[in-house]
Every structure is written in structure tokens, then in C-alpha cells.
Design a protein around this ligand. Structure first.
Ligand SMILES: Nc1ncnc2c1ncn2[C@@H]1O[C@H](COP(=O)(O)OP(=O)(O)OP(=O)(O)O)[C@@H](O)[C@H]1O
Ligand SMILES: [Mg+2]
Length: 271
């Protein structure tokens, strides 16, 4: 699926004293099978932006298009199945007595048969490394375990685009790595992933493209190298180090990933 936001504006509580203009004309696409990272400061509009991708929030003006068609023409339930959204702190939305019932809830509700639901629950819990938690109560899990279960719940719907709003916030390094592995695996399976994060190193490792939000606008959109080398104050340490050397050593190039960066620096030192 190709998802497109065209000149999307969003205003919270319009016409009241609490009015907040959160998006000021964002144009952005999510290409089939890509990992798109959304970065930017607190309050820059990231969560507001991604909630437009399945029309959970409706633009004040502008359009959301699915494969070129106005998303409003699709059935809401269909759109939400195809574009799966995992909220910031999704663990708050777990509710069933066991993990497997929680993950099974939405697939059941769209009328899938018991056998199909069981398969999906098993596969999606396995995909997030939570197969062993199936019989547990979701309320008696750690924060990171709850996060995995919440993601499994959205995966079980078989989305074509998976939107993750800060999925790695507050997780330990091993769990973060697991999640990044999941993101890579989804991309390999042809599923697009939209990934909101404050961790620029993660972006460097997994993103095909980056959108840098600032004050409700997309300040830059492009490959990690394009966005980071042009916006050093929003770049990971690897890029800042190389950028500091670039004037004296232009041959170092524009590496972004950790491994690329160490390889480029090794070459520089040996040469
Ligand atoms: N429900 C709401 N009602 C009113 N204003 C809101 C609401 N949600 C967000 N805002 C405002 O909209 C702007 C963008 O918020 P948003 O949550 O999209 O930011 P964010 O980039 O996701 O930030 P963070 O990194 O802290 O999650 C902020 O000024 C915020 O105060
Ligand atoms: Mg947010």
C-alpha cells in the first residue's frame, strides 16, 4: 500500500481558548515496504501526524490517500485493519484476562474463524518474542512485555502499514534490539513500518527514509544521510563526528549506520 498525506493541517479544540494548531500543512508519503522514521522534538506533532494515517484524527484541511484514493471513501474498520496503529504507551489499552485473549480480540471482532484467529495470535506473539506469555494476565507483565503484547495485538490484524509511536521508549537495550529486528523482518515481508522515535541511532540503523518534524511542519524528508547531514543538531553522534571531520577529509563520505561509520573512519586512519 502507498499512503500519502497531502498538505495536512490539524487543530485541536478549534474555536476554543484551548485551540492548538498541531500540524501546519504536512505532505508526506509512506512507500510500500519502506521503514519511515518520524523524528523531532517533544510537541513537534509526531503523534498527531501518525494518527492521521488511519484517520483516527481527521485533518482540518488536506487529504489522506490510500493508493491514490481518498481514505475517507474506505470503510473505517477496513482502513484501521490495513493501517495498524500502536499508540505511544499502548500498554494502557490492554484489557483481557489473558494475553492470548487480548491479542485475539480484534481479529475475532472482524469475523475471522477460531482456527485462523488462533494461528494469527500464535504467529504475532512469536513475532514479538512473547509466545511464552500467552497464558499470562496482561496486567501482571513488565512494561516491556506489555509493549510487545500490544504490538502483537495490532500485528494480528495483518496490517499493510504498521505505525509504531515510540515503541522503544523506556525499554532495555536487548528489548530495543528485538524490536528493531521485528521492524526489519516486517519490511522483508513487504509491510511498511512508520516508526516514531527520539532515538536517532535507531533511525540510522533501520530507516529507509526520515521525516524531521518541527513546529507542526515536516522540516526535512529524505534518506537518513540527506536529513542528518543537513540537520546536524538532529543527527546521531556518528554523523556529528563524521561531519566534524568532513571539511578536512572530504573522502570520508556521509556514512550513517554505526558499522558504515567505523569502516569509513578505519579507512581514513589507515589511509
Ligand atoms: N489531545 C490534545 N488536545 C490538545 N492539544 C494537543 C492534544 N494532543 C497534542 N496536543 C498538542 O499538539 C501539539 C503536538 O503534539 P503531539 O502529541 O503530536 O507531539 P509529539 O511530537 O508526539 O510529542 P512527544 O515527542 O512529546 O510525544 C503539542 O503542542 C501538543 O500540546
Ligand atoms: Mg508523541
Amino acid at each position: 500500500m502507498r499512503l500519502e498525506l497531502r498538505d495536512v493541517h490539524h487543530v485541536y479544540s478549534p474555536g476554543t481558548p484551548f485551540e492548538v494548531v498541531a500540524l501546519r500543512g504536512v505532505t508526506l508519503s509512506v512507500e510500500p515496504g519502506e521503514v519511515l522514521s518520524i523524528v523531532g522534538g517533544t510537541g513537534s506533532g509526531k503523534s498527531t501526524l501518525v494518527q492521521h494515517m488511519n484517520l483516527l484524527l481527521v485533518p482540518a484541511s488536506g487529504q489522506v490517500l490510500v493508493d491514490g484514493e481518498d481514505a475517507r471513501t474506505l470503510k473505517k474498520s477496513e482502513l484501521r485493519r490495513r493501517v495498524g496503529l500502536v499508540f505511544q504507551f499502548p500498554e494502557a489499552a490492554l484489557f483481557a484476562p489473558t494475553v492470548q485473549e487480548d491479542v485475539a480480540f480484534a481479529p475475532h471482532r472482524i469475523g475471522l474463524g477460531d482456527e485462523e484467529v488462533r494461528t494469527r495470535v500464535r504467529q504475532s506473539l512469536a513475532a514479538v518474542g512473547a509466545g511464552h506469555l500467552a497464558e499470562r494476565s496482561p496486567f501482571a507483565l513488565s512494561g516491556g512485555e506489555k509493549r510487545r503484547v500490544a504490538i502483537a495485538g495490532v500485528l494480528a490484524m495483518g496490517p499493510e502499514v504498521l505505525v509504531l509511536d515510540e515503541p522503544t521508549a523506556g525499554l532495555d537495550p536487548a528489548t530495543r534490539q528485538d524490536l528493531l529486528g521485528l521492524v526489519r523482518g516486517l519490511r522483508e515481508a513487504g509491510i511498511s513500518v512508520v516508526f516514531v522515535t527520539h532515538d536517532l541511532d535507531e533511525v540510522a540503523e533501520v530507516a529507509d527514509r526520515v521525516c524531521l518534524m518541527e513546529g507542526g511542519v515536516a522540516r526535512a524528508v529524505g534518506t537518513p544521510a540527506e536529513v542528518f547531514y543537513a540537520n546536524l543538531e538532529n543527527a546521531p553522534a556518528t554523523v556529528q563526528i563524521v561531519a566534524g571531520l568532513k571539511a578536512a577529509y572530504p573522502g570520508v563520505g556521509e556514512p550513517v549506520r554505526f558499522e558504515e561509520t567505523t569502516a569509513a573512519l578505519r579507512e581514513l586512519l589507515e589511509g
